[in-house]
Design a protein around this ligand. Structure first.
Ligand SMILES: NC(=O)c1ccc[n+]([C@@H]2O[C@H](COP(=O)([O-])OP(=O)(O)OC[C@H]3O[C@@H](n4cnc5c(N)ncnc54)[C@H](OP(=O)(O)O)[C@@H]3O)[C@@H](O)[C@H]2O)c1
Length: 324
């Protein structure tokens, strides 16, 4: 099989496309024919050597969709469509940047769908993260207002659609005025240009602040996001697009406004149930959710795909196809 192996962290040119033997599943593992997978920012950080727990050489890739080839326990039948994500995939053991992957049964979601592999490849981690952030962490309710900071990211684009579908008013951000129409077309009620200081702009629309904030930029804007939030409201930090993970000299009494809640969502810690996953696929099939796919690449162009992700020209998910 073809696999993109990363021997040392560094630039996209460090991926080595190799022919490797198809792996054999061990106890409670399943051999999956990878059909497609979405690219993730966390893989960019791992590639750069910013995931301290990852040992090299490693086949990256924290998610995929594909078909079961062999499950020695018989739980999954050959040909069954499955999605997989997180659970150490592409970090503790080899992941999806390959034509086949051996994956633990525990991270597989069986599903049915007539969607193309291209569309399906965009779904697993994106859906899990958006659903988990909006419903499990932020506990959004119809009628609320939400600031989606990092609105043009694939997570931000889907979060806007799901929040609108649930009856919220959405304020979405970008740093670039040329992306305003993209965000409006995606359903945002208000588009704000993010220069790192949004409190005044948000409070010009909602003087008390918004009910909820989905923070995708990271700790560089987190304090400002907390100040955009109304008393009793909640900020969920889900993303770190600025690649800044920590807050220096964290002083909670000054950092967090009184009664504002701060939480995080991490799809590695809490998984969404399989029924919600299947229902989301049905919503995409019915056309009530439009997936934003920016570009697809064949697996042999994985280095170019990483370069494209890093250029921030994406306005949606980047999907890699393993087949012709
Ligand atoms: N917690 C979890 O479980 C989980 C799971 C999946 C993803 N995530 C995180 O969610 C975030 C979004 O992921 P994604 O794959 O959707 O991203 P993406 O589609 O690659 O996001 C691209 C957009 O991010 C914005 N951006 C990039 N660098 C930035 C910076 N330094 N400051 C501000 N904005 C910047 C740019 O928007 P503009 O040019 O329009 O400003 C760009 O268009 C990432 O941090 C990712 O790691 C978290």
């Amino acid at each position: 099989m073809k696999a993109a192996v990363l021997y040392h962290p560094g630039g996209p040119e460090n991926f080595a496309l190799e022919d490797k033997p198809i792996p054999t599943p061990g106890a409670e593992q399943v051999l999956v024919k990878v059909k497609a997978f979405g690219l993730n920012r966390s893989e960019l950080m791992t590639r750069k050597g910013l995931s301290p727990s990852v040992r090299f050489p490693r086949v990256l890739g924290i998610e995929c969709v594909g078909e079961v080839v062999l499950d020695p326990t018989g739980k999954f039948k050959p040909g069954q469509k499955v999605a997989a994500f997180m659970g150490g995939m592409g970090r503790d053991f080899d992941g999806s940047y390959a034509e086949f992957a051996v994956l633990p049964q525990s991270i597989l979601y069986p599903f049915e769908s007539h969607l193309s592999w291209k569309l399906l490849g965009a779904i697993p981690e994106m859906f899990q993260t958006v659903y988990g952030s909006l419903h499990l962490a932020l506990k959004t309710e119809p009628g609320e207002s939400i600031l989606i900071r990092g609105g043009t990211s694939s997570i931000g684009m889907l979060a806007t659609q799901l929040a609108k579908k649930s009856g919220l008013t959405v304020l979405a951000t970008t740093r670039k005025p040329e992306k305003i129409e993209l965000l409006k077309g995606n359903g945002a009620d208000h588009v704000l240009i993010d220069d790192g200081n949004l409190e005044g702009k948000v409070k010009a629309i909602y003087p008390e602040g918004v009910h909820k904030v989905l923070e995708l930029i990271g700790t560089s804007t987190l304090n400002d996001s907390l100040r955009c939030t109304a008393p009793g409201g909640t900020v969920c930090m889900t993303g770190m697009l600025s690649e800044q993970w920590s807050v220096a000299d964290f002083t909670p009494m000054e950092y967090i406004p009184a009664t504002v809640h701060l939480t995080i969502y991490d799809s590695g810690q809490i998984r969404v149930d399989g029924q919600s996953f299947q229902q989301f696929i049905r919503d995409v099939e019915a056309g009530t959710i439009k997936l934003s796919i920016n570009k697809t690449f064949p697996i042999i162009e994985i280095a170019a795909a990483h370069q494209f992700m890093e250029s921030n020209s994406a306005g949606g998910k980047i999907v890699i196809l393993t087949g012709d």
